[in-house]
Design a protein around this ligand. Structure first.
Ligand code: ZN
Ligand code: ZN
Length: 229
């Protein structure tokens, strides 16, 4: 499975870009990084993205989306581009893109083929099965995804505390991308030691940590890197 890390930082990291991951060249998981130039630098075609999966509506997971969607309006594929996210995804992304592109947005949205899907407990996106787990991230509704791809399961958390829903998200997954924001514990994020303990509890899952504020820990992804896992 090809994982392209466009950004691996936390909300206001000085060292890393905001988070975004492209899976198999087809799925964009969150959209914080400068999505277009970073896809280009990694040799990925923005026109091949079949679906966008958003974990939650914090800016570091979202603000790369308007330019990506506008690109798709100017390079239409003729197909649909589902944007999947927590409840309210349509209103949030419409607000964001109206702010970004003003009255040009409705026409651009239609040309890009953007559709919205609220993440269900279990469903299908771009002909792939997924499940979601509602994670704990302060007041923000954050959904972790389990994507079923070619007989394997990729768990992707977005932002969350180290808590029982996160255990359920990664349980039995082949690969898990989970956050490890900082060494210190936090009421809304996973600390480095909590992330390492999580990985130790699930030894048959390959963990890749992201959403790192500063420094480097084992198993952490780095910006602008493709991993074949
Ligand atoms: Zn974040
Ligand atoms: Zn967040």
């Amino acid at each position: 499975m090809q994982l392209a890390f466009l950004g691996t930082g936390s909300a206001f990291s000085l060292e890393r870009y905001n988070g975004a991951v492209v899976v198999e060249g087809r799925f964009l998981l969150d959209a914080g990084a400068p999505v277009l130039p970073h896809m280009h630098r990694l040799g990925l075609d923005p026109g091949r993205i079949e679906a966008v999966l958003l974990t939650h509506f914090h800016g570091d997971h979202l603000l790369g989306l308007p330019s990506f969607l506008l690109y798709r309006a100017f390079h239409p594929t003729g197909g649909q581009l589902p944007v999947l996210g927590p409840p309210g995804v349509r209103e949030r992304i419409e607000q964001l893109c109206r702010l970004a592109w003003s009255d040009d947005w409705p026409d651009a949205r239609d040309r890009a083929g953007v559709t919205y899907q609220e993440a269900e407990a279990e469903g299908e996106v771009a002909e792939n099965r997924y499940q979601t787990v509602k994670l704990e991230h302060g007041q923000m509704d954050c959904r972790g995804y389990r994507l079923h791809l070619e007989g394997r399961v990729l768990a992707y958390a977005g932002d969350t505390t180290a808590s029982p829903p996160l255990e359920r998200l990664v349980e039995g997954a082949d690969i898990a991308i989970t956050e490890a924001t900082a060494p210190a514990e936090s009421s809304v994020h996973t600390s480095w030691s909590e992330a390492e303990a999580l990985a130790a509890r699930h030894p048959s899952t390959r963990f890749i940590f992201n959403h790192v504020h500063s420094g480097q820990l084992d198993r952490a992804a780095t910006d602008l890197r493709i991993m074949d896992v």
